[in-house]
Design a protein around this ligand. Structure first.
Ligand SMILES: [Zn+2]
Length: 62
């Protein structure tokens, strides 16, 4: 499983995503879709899915 890191040209923050397409900086909202990938990393399988299901559990408990 790969994830990508991009550096925002506006606010210089890093953001991480599983897809290089349709990239919006989560810090300032700049469209980074055309920015080059800063780094490519290996991640655990579906780590964001795990995060999602954690959130679901929280909601179910609430
Ligand atoms: Zn930004």
């Amino acid at each position: 499983m790969m994830a990508y890191i991009k550096l925002c040209s506006e606010c210089r923050s890093r953001s991480i995503s599983a897809s290089k397409e349709e990239w919006i900086c989560p810090h300032c909202g700049t469209d980074l879709s055309d920015e080059p990938v800063f780094r490519q990393i290996k991640i655990k399988k579906n780590w964001w899915e795990t995060e999602k299901s954690k959130n679901k559990k929280k909601k179910a408990l609430a």
